[in-house]
Design a protein around this ligand. Structure first.
Ligand code: SF4
Length: 397
């Protein structure tokens, strides 16, 4: 389809309605249209990158020019179809006190919404409403909240997410690039907005919301437990409050999300997060369950175990590190045993260092633990891990 033509039998207005209706019929809760171009928050995003607030997410810097103007990658694109899918549900508490972000309790959004977007693209192509090559935005970063706000899907919040009256901050976004000009959608009459509320800024355990609408990823628990590889700064470990994957604090305190529907059935719940487990057992199994001699085997076991789950993302080392830190802030006897096993036998220096921190933090008064830490320090061959362990041990004494 070329930019100016339209399929027979379609006026621009009927095409617009047909596209939106198909998106709703596929099952998306929120749908909107905005011209494809630089996102309204382009300047702000560039400045955020310039100040290094993306931490080690180098892919954001590498994709800077595409993010600032998606037309550089999709020159034929005219309109961005933005869709939203609610995922509100009750909090996930692991026995023994660990937590994971609610969205991660069941099937991976990328799989669920990705299939829905592919289905939508097929329908639009079949109906002559999109070209066969219409892009489905997945791996390429796009400033989706900024485009979604422009499409009237929600309002930017002080926690840098998007608010919507029905779901509050609890919804995912997805995009499809269309090569036809369609009139943009607008905000619904009832708009969710922060007003004078600062609940998210006040509640953030790590003071990561450094200004209204601006999160310094380097301080954010979500970033440090999902995106960040390697050691986590000590001052963050102490404040992770048991989060082993992601963090929902800023969303949980948002008044707009308090009456969101329970959509747990939509993504399901993995058995380890729905059944009663002994205290600390889930975290210990994240810490030691996929350990082993061979690096590839460990990674393959992790990938297999968390197939179809967002928890696959931090890789084996990242998830074991997170579990160790969570066990340090939520000490249990089972956790102590798991941490000693990781300290003495894990092949990853990052995991050994995290276990040393957790033992010092949560069990530093135990003479047996202190002896194990001294032995681990003598044995440690990785200089960074050794320095980290020494800091952990010395802080605990
Ligand atoms: Fe703070 Fe958690 Fe929100 Fe990150 S996800 S900004 S750590 S409350």
């Amino acid at each position: 389809m070329t930019d100016s033509n339209q399929p027979p039998g379609h006026s621009p207005a009927s095409m617009r309605e047909a596209v939106l209706e198909h998106a709703r019929t596929i099952g998306f809760d929120l749908v909107g249209l905005t011209p494809l171009g630089p996102p309204p928050d382009a300047e702000r995003f560039a400045s955020w990158l310039d100040r290094g607030r993306h931490g080690s997410m180098g892919y954001l810097e590498r994709a800077r020019s595409v993010t600032l103007d998606p037309r550089s990658q999709w020159p034929e694109g005219k309109t961005l179809l933005v869709v939203g899918l609610g995922h509100s549900r009750d909090a996930i508490e692991l026995a023994g006190g660990g937590r994971i972000a609610r969205y991660a309790a069941g099937r991976d959004y990328h799989n669920v919404a990705g299939k829905m977007l592919q289905r939508l693209r097929r329908v639009l192509v079949r109906e002559g409403l999109a070209a066969p090559g219409s892009a489905f935005v997945d791996a390429t970063p796009i400033l989706e909240r900024s485009h979604a706000a422009a499409a009237g899907i929600g309002t930017a919040s002080k926690a840098a997410n998007l608010l919507e009256p029905r779901f509050g901050p609890w919804f995912f976004l997805g995009e499809l690039i269309l090569d036809i000009d369609l009139e943009p959608t607008e905000h619904a009459p009832r708009v969710a907005s922060c007003g004078s509320c600062t609940a998210c800024i006040d509640a953030c355990p790590t003071a990561a919301i450094v200004a209204p609408g601006e999160v310094d990823a380097r301080r954010c628990i979500s970033y440090s437990t999902i995106e960040h590889r390697g050691l986590v700064p000590h001052e963050l470990r102490e404040r992770t409050e048991g989060w082993a994957f992601g963090c929902d604090v800023c969303s949980e305190v948002c008044p707009w999300g308090s009456r969101a529907p329970d959509l747990a059935a939509r993504f399901g719940t993995r058995p380890e997060f729905s059944e009663d487990a002994p205290e600390g057992a889930v975290l210990v199994s994240m810490l030691t369950g996929d350990a082993g001699e061979d690096d590839q085997d460990r990674e393959a076991r992790h990938a297999e175990r968390w197939r179809g789950s967002p928890l696959r993302r931090p890789r084996r080392e990242g998830l074991a590190r997170n579990a160790a830190i969570a066990l340090g802030t939520r000490p249990t006897e089972r956790g102590r045993e798991g941490l000693i096993a990781a300290l003495e036998g894990d092949r990853s220096a990052v995991v050994r260092a995290a276990a040393a921190w957790a033992l010092s933090h949560g069990h530093g008064g135990d003479q047996g633990v202190r002896d194990a830490l001294d032995r681990a320090l003598d044995r440690e061959v990785d200089p960074e891990a050794q320095a980290d362990m020494r800091t952990s041990r010395d802080r605990a004494r």
